[in-house]
Design a binder for this molecule. Structure first.
Ligand SMILES: [Zn+2]
Length: 157
């Protein structure tokens, strides 16, 4: 049985990523999503903003030193890099270049389009797969840990 996948984020995290993306126009913003993966549910605990060293309008690149710092930071917080965020000027689908990097970085890729005001989430698992995005009011609502067991809660409609 294949359990379903999902990216769990909070309203604040989404607002933060949207605002960062709008601020970086016409360039792409990029961030790392730090958190935990439990039963194919990607729980975002923190957003770690990165500098886009590419300064191009349709690509992004993170510097090696920034990545080293980010991994050191997340290690100290007992978190993993569970996703990569970046913005697009238009469209939420991964570009050809994105897809090449998705193959070597099989984490969730979250994309925000500043002209469409939309998010898309994907993972490369031999083929490109859509990952449903579940937005929660806050982290406490998102999950709680009990005896090492992580329980995922879903908001009431
Ligand atoms: Zn892209």
């Amino acid at each position: 049985m294949v359990t379903r996948q999902a990216l769990n984020v909070t309203v604040n995290q989404m607002t933060n990523l949207r605002d960062t993306s709008l601020l970086h126009r016409p360039y792409e913003a990029c961030s790392l999503l730090l958190g935990l993966v439990k039963d194919r549910i990607f729980l975002v605990k923190e957003i770690y903003h990165m500098q886009n060293v590419d300064r191009a309008r349709n690509t992004f690149q993170m510097s090696g030193i920034d990545l080293m710092n980010a991994y050191e930071y997340s290690l100290g917080k007992n978190l993993d890099v569970i996703g990569i965020f970046h913005s697009h000027i238009s469209g939420i689908r991964p570009s050809k270049k994105d897809m090449r990097f998705m193959e070597i970085n099989p984490v969730v890729w979250l994309i925000y389009s500043v002209s469409d005001y939309q998010f898309g989430a994907y993972i490369m698992e031999s083929t490109l797969k859509d990952v449903p995005i579940e937005v929660f009011r806050d982290l406490a609502f998102q999950h709680r840990e009990e005896k090492g067991q992580l329980h995922v809660y879903y908001p009431k409609k």
